[in-house]
Structure formats: C-alpha cells, structure tokens
Design a protein around this ligand. Structure first.
Ligand code: ZN
Ligand code: ZN
Length: 367
C-alpha cells in the first residue's frame, strides 16, 4: 500500500481513529495507518520497567521489528530504536501517545542494523527539531556502501532482493504440505509484499548528532547516559543507561535468543559485556525478546565466551568447520540450549552452526 495519502483518505482514517479529536499536524501523521499486517494494536506491548520508562516489546513478525525503549521526561519523549519499517514506528508512536502527548525530542539508534533505524523518518516528520543520536561509527556505517546488514546501501540491496524472496514464498506456498503451513506462508507473503511497498517509499532519516565516547545527557529531569563500551554486536554499539532507574537498553548486544554475529566482534564482545556488567542496573531492555534481569547478561556473555573458547580449541585440534559445528553445538547445548530457545525465532539449533562459522572466520581464520 502506498504511503501517499490523499487528504480525503487521510481524513477518513482519522475519522475512524480519532473522531473526537481536533486535528493538528502533529496528530495527523500518527493516526495514518499502514498496512493491516503491521499496524495492529498488538504489534508492540508497552511494558513499564521503571517510572516513566517502558520497554516496547515487538511481536514476532516475518520482517522482524526490534524492541524500543521509551523514556518519558518532563519536556518530551526519548525513543531508543525505530524498527524495520515506518509502519511499525507509526504503530508504536500511536501507543506512545497513549502514555504521553509530549513531542518526541530524541531518537537514539543503538546500531546500524536495518531493523533498528528504518522507522526514524516517522519521528522526524512528526517532530520538527527532533535529534537522531548515535555513535560516530554507527553514522559512518549507515552511509558506508559495505557496512553489512543495515544502512542506506542495504535498503537498496533489500529492494533488489525482495522480488526473489517473494517468488520463493510463492513457490513454497505451492508446495505447502498442509493447510496450516500454507496459511503461515501466505501470511509471510502478505508481510513481504507490504514490506516491499514500504521499502519503495522509505526516506532514510539519518542521525543528526553523534558521540565518540560516553556522555551523560540531562533530559527533562532525567540522566540518560550513552555508554560506549567497545566493539561487540557491531563496531558502533551504544548502550542507553539510566543510572537512577537502574535500567539499560542494550540493542542487539544482548538479546533474548541466539546472537547474530555476522557484523560482530566475538572476542571484543565478551570484554564489552564485562564492562557493561560493571554498571549498576537491575533491568535490561533487550534488542529482541522480553525485558530481562541482569542475570541474563551473565548467561548471554557466558555463551559468547564459551563459544569462542570451544571453537578455538576444536580448530586447534585440527577439526574441519563442519566437524566443529557439530562438536561445539553438542558441547554447549546442555548449558545453553534451553535458555537460548525461548522464542520461535533465533533458537539454539537454528543458529549455533552459523555462530560457530562466524567465530571460525573472524577469530580463527581472522578473515
Ligand atoms: Zn535487531
Ligand atoms: Zn543488530
């Protein structure tokens, strides 16, 4: 569905959503619906983690959305990360307006991956003067042609790749073994087609302010620290830390399922999470998955540390990559399989082979 709406269409939708409101331009943008697949009232669940601090936990979707952190301050709202598409950001924005009518002052992008920043434009359009804040390195990654799984160049890559992905889904639907599988694939196809339409009209809103080391922002009565602790999930990760509320938003440097290592630095990551653990906090808002206590950081870092150690050891013994995948996958399973398989996506057995391969390439072969 096109994002271009006539005034009549827009007013018709506004009429449904907010018949009793007097309209101002700020509201108009936010009640504009996206496609039915992504703008559902259940797309995000706002969970309070401290007074005025929420985890917006994303429902599973074919084109995954990251979680956001929503921080209310005396003079506006701070949002950490903006998902994979404007329709998702719009859906969350609508929910945010249910807890605060104040403008969004800042969007903070934790890293450059596609599913964490492609909705920035929604907040930028609706909030003149919005600052989009990230690390200097993440901004560079967003505009580099070869950064990996995110950035302006990656939008083009996705645009080029979607027709093939859609055709594959159509082929799979033809071969679906039962009605349940067919229905699931058809739902994925609808999401993929809607996503392709959104990609066509995406207007990337890049960061307007960058930091190169840890800073403390004073935001309407709150202290919000942007902690730069080293390389990990990417080389530009920032942790958004609220010292008084004892909450940290981690981006994908800590998630509820198996990590994604393709743009990561496995050995540095373990050190960086050791530095993160030194901060005083109780709750983490993760890049994906439910909010988690600090003990999850110990578990998650333990997995990365054990993964690196096991791959190195197996490689030193002369095993082939395929042998290492099997060996390490089985070796770490008793400690990590259950804890890493709590969600339908990113389960232990689905990812451990790729994790092993990435460590092998990056740490053993140093490719
Ligand atoms: Zn992510
Ligand atoms: Zn990521």
């Amino acid at each position: 569905m096109s994002m271009q709406w006539t005034r009549r269409q827009m007013l018709a939708q506004v009429g449904i959503a907010a018949a009793i409101h007097t309209l101002d331009p700020h509201e108009l943008c936010c009640v504009m619906p996206a496609d039915a697949q992504t703008t559902t009232k259940d797309l995000f669940e706002l969970r309070k983690v401290a007074d005025g601090v929420y985890a917006a936990v994303a429902a599973p979707a074919f084109k995954v959305n990251c979680n956001a952190a929503v921080i209310l301050t005396d003079d506006g709202v701070i949002v950490v990360d903006s998902h994979s598409k404007p329709s998702a950001a719009r859906a969350l924005y609508k929910e945010i307006q249910g807890v605060s009518k104040k403008p969004v002052r800042k969007v903070i992008n934790t890293h450059f991956h596609w599913d964490h920043w492609q909705g920035n434009e929604v907040y930028a359009t609706a909030n003149p003067g919005l600052e989009i804040v990230t690390t200097e390195r993440t901004k560079e990654n967003l505009t580099r042609p070869d950064a990996g799984n995110g950035g302006v160049a990656f939008i083009e890559k996705q645009r080029a790749g979607m027709p093939k992905e859609i055709q594959q889904l159509k082929d799979e639907i033809m071969k679906a073994p039962n009605a349940e599988a067919k229905a699931r694939l058809e739902n994925n196809l609808r999401q993929a087609e809607a996503y392709m339409e959104e990609l066509k009209t995406l207007k990337p809103a890049l960061p307007t302010r960058t930091v190169t080391s840890t800073v403390a922002l004073k935001e309407g009565g709150r202290e919000i620290q942007l902690q730069l602790l080293g390389r990990g999930h990417t080389d530009g990760d920032v942790y958004v830390y609220l010292p008084k509320e004892k909450v940290v938003a981690t981006g994908d440097a800590v998630v509820g399922s198996m990590p994604f290592l393709n743009d990561g630095f496995p050995e540095d990551w373990v050190q960086t999470l050791t530095a993160l653990e030194k901060l005083d906090f109780n709750n983490m808002i993760l890049g994906h998955g439910d909010p988690a206590p600090k003990s999850h950081l110990t578990f998650f870092r333990g997995y990365l540390a054990d993964l690196v150690a096991s791959v190195k050891k197996a490689a030193a013994g002369g095993a082939s990559l395929d042998e290492i995948k099997k060996k390490v996958g089985d070796e770490l399973a008793p400690k990590y399989e259950a804890g890493m398989s709590k969600y339908p996506i990113g389960q232990y057995r689905d990812r451990v082979g790729l994790n092993v391969e990435m460590v092998y390439m990056k740490v053993v072969k140093k490719a």
